[in-house]
Design a protein around this ligand. Structure first.
Ligand code: OFO
Length: 170
């Protein structure tokens, strides 16, 4: 049976993963109406799907451990962005925020000596390392490109490889 303090921490993480899915879904929808960035658009859609998968994994874990996963209300995500670069900056900021919240769950599980939760959360810890590093790489590339339109064209081609690599790596 899950302790209440652990259940609350995990449920908070359910909300954060669900919110992440919404945040990236909003980015995808905004990107979809910008001309010529189809692969960036599918990157955001895919990222949104992954976050939903992270949320579902938590829900199953909570319920399997004898707790109750509460499906949360979500906030309206930022709907539009001044530029692609801004959207990717937000993505990195958001991933850093998620990593902090995952670390909090890890801290609580250790303090409560709940080693099953601690163990389960290690998957999220590794996932965040990958996601933060990817977000940083993409931001660095956009920084190099600056205002160059042909650079953005290449970035959009390049991110297709990220989609493929990530799909194969899962
Ligand atoms: Fe859920 O992995 Fe990013 O946020």
């Amino acid at each position: 049976m899950l302790k209440k303090v652990i259940q609350d921490a995990l449920n908070e993480q359910v909300k954060i993963e669900a919110q992440s899915s919404q945040v990236y879904l909003a980015m995808a929808s905004w990107a979809e109406i910008q001309p010529g960035i189809d692969n960036i658009t599918s990157f955001f859609y895919r990222h949104s799907d992954e976050e939903r998968m992270h949320m579902l994994k938590l829900i199953k874990f909570i319920n399997e451990r004898g707790g109750f996963a509460m499906i949360p209300a979500l906030e309206q995500p930022q709907p539009t962005f001044p530029s692609i670069k801004h959207a990717f900056k937000e993505l990195l900021k958001h991933e850093e925020y998620v990593s902090e919240s995952i670390n909090k769950v890890v801290d609580i599980s250790l303090a409560e000596k709940d080693y099953a939760t601690y163990n389960f959360m290690q998957w999220y810890v590794s996932e965040q390392i990958e996601e933060e590093s990817l977000a940083r790489t993409l931001n660095d590339k956009l920084e190099l490109i600056g205002e160059d339109k042909s650079g953005l064209y290449l970035f959009d081609k390049d991110i297709l490889m990220v989609n493929v690599t990530t799909a194969e790596g899962k």
